[in-house]
Design a protein around this ligand. Structure first.
Ligand code: F6P
Length: 467
């Protein structure tokens, strides 16, 4: 059997203290089941040639984890600037938040090449390589340029923008061609896959193939949607257990009979937090009957604080939440509780079980696993209501939620009002439809289906046709 080599910016070493974002959670299941090599950034910086050039190896449960440091300059220009201040807003179609400069672009390309060179000696001819996310758009091309002919897959965890939007960065065509060095390109939704194919055709001159692929020169590339999944059964059990733990009990007592509205995310400009607070304010202003009857608990874990847009967002949210509490609160009632630190997975599961409304309103999101977790966390007998942005990838599967336009505070306020008033039978019907959409999926199956499709792409494409 071919060894699986996963490459991603962050590597999630179990009990290694690394940050476990959506990507890490999704990939852990596959790696722990089938073993292999997982390569990427250590999360640290150094100027020492050994630390940046020689990977530190850790073996755990059949998985070899190999990580290298970035230099402080690489962290600044590859990660903070180009990945998170250029590509991240670009992928989420938020041009007003996008910065571009050539130095960052050069460093980004340099890091993709450098990581490919560090990986090279660890590769075997029979490996299957799976590269992840917007940090590593140029990695497949860097490996091909170094004569790696193993099957290479690439999966994008974020949305993919329209061709017009993509054209707003210089070198868009080069990025597309770089991505087309892979044999299989996976996206979260058909819409993202279609945006990529349209861009490949219009910007990079690729031809479309019947059956969903692309042709560039003599090469054929498969393109498909592989929506990331959670482990719904496992999350449901955790939520049921944690719904009764001490932390959830304290939250419940503090609510004193009020309905809990819950938001959970990283503090990120794509998550629609400014608009969400405006929507909550609109609810309390336009329907005063909900005052003292409901509390919004917004967990917005601090993230990427070296990027300006994230610092401004933090300041705005602190100001807006202070303002809501100062102008709408009462001596004995605080409408909004904002937490900017991370909260444990168990606590989140318990809070989700307690919440009458899960409020998930990103401006754009690749998938949004919080929406799926909220569904899984509910008590089937008395479930809460999911209010979900129609621009989250998850909305394709969770159409029975109340879908909203996340930039419209009135629509958010209307949705909250509807959800707070919703009868138990309607809540049960909507929840059942959402649960049916996710209950038989798993993170492991998501990973397996991609790797299997990559195996097929590898055999469908003649070796001679690879660069
Ligand atoms: O694709 C988005 C993603 O990589 C997620 O996997 C994760 O939640 C998040 O970004 C982590 O961001 P960072 O690595 O910058 O902390």
């Amino acid at each position: 059997m071919s060894r699986l080599v996963v490459v991603s910016n962050r590597v999630s070493i179990p009990s290694g203290g690394a940050k476990a974002g959506g990507l890490a959670v999704a990939l852990n299941a596959l790696m722990e089941r089938q073993g292999g090599l997982w390569f990427g950034w250590s999360g640290k910086t150094s100027n020492d040639a050994k630390s940046i050039g020689t990977p530190v190896m850790v073996e755990h449960n059949g998985v070899d984890y190999a990580t290298v440091d970035l230099t402080p300059d690489e962290l600044e220009y590859y990660y903070n600037h180009f990945s998170n201040a250029t590509l991240w807003p670009l992928m989420h179609s938020l041009p007003e938040q996008m910065n571009f400069d050539r130095r960052s672009l050069q460093t980004y390309r340099g890091v993709n090449v450098r990581l490919a060179e560090v990986l090279l000696p660890m590769l075997r001819p029979t490996d299957t390589i799976w590269i992840h996310d917007y940090h590593l758009l140029a990695m497949a091309a860097a490996l091909r340029a170094r004569n790696i002919s193993c099957p290479i897959g690439f999966f994008l965890h974020t949305p993919f923008p329209s061709p017009d939007m993509l054209s707003s960065i210089p070198e868009a065509a080069l990025f597309i061609r770089d991505m087309l060095s892979a044999d299989l390109l996976g996206f979260q939704t058909n819409n993202d896959a279609e945006n990529f194919c349209a861009s490949a055709q219009r910007i990079a001159g690729a031809a479309r193939l019947a059956g969903g692929g692309l042709q560039l020169g003599s090469r054929q590339i498969r393109v498909g949607a592989f929506p990331v999944e959670i482990d719904p059964q496992e999350f449901a059990e955790t939520a049921e257990r944690c719904g009764e733990n001490a932390e959830t009990g304290r939250l419940r007592r503090s609510l004193d009979g009020q309905s809990l509205i819950l938001g959970v995310e990283r503090m990120d400009p794509t998550k629609g937090l400014r608009h969400r607070l405006a929507g909550f304010r609109r609810l309390l202003e336009s329907r005063p009957e909900w005052r003292r009857q409901t509390t919004l608990l917004q967990i917005a874990a601090e993230s990427r604080q070296d990027v300006d847009a994230y610092q401004y967002l933090r300041e705005d949210l602190e100001r807006a939440s202070g303002n809501i509490n100062a102008t709408l609160g009462e001596a004995d009632w605080t409408p909004l509780r904002l937490l900017t630190r991370g909260v444990s997975r168990d606590a989140i599961a318990g809070f989700m079980r307690e919440a009458r409304i899960g409020l998930v309103t990103p401006l754009r999101d690749g998938m949004n696993l919080v929406a799926k977790e909220y569904v899984a966390a509910q008590d089937p007998d008395d479930p809460g209501v999911l209010v979900l942005s129609k621009f989250a990838g998850a909305a394709r599967q969770l159409g029975a939620a109340i879908l909203v336009n996340p930039v419209d505070p009135d629509e958010i306020a209307d949705a909250l009002d509807t959800a707070l008033r919703m009868s138990r039978p309607e809540r049960q019907d909507r929840w059942q439809a959402c649960w049916e959409a996710i209950k038989d999926t798993s993170a492991l199956e998501w990973g397996r289906s991609f790797v299997q499709a990559l195996g097929r792409a590898g055999t469908e494409i003649p070796r001679s046709a690879r660069p």
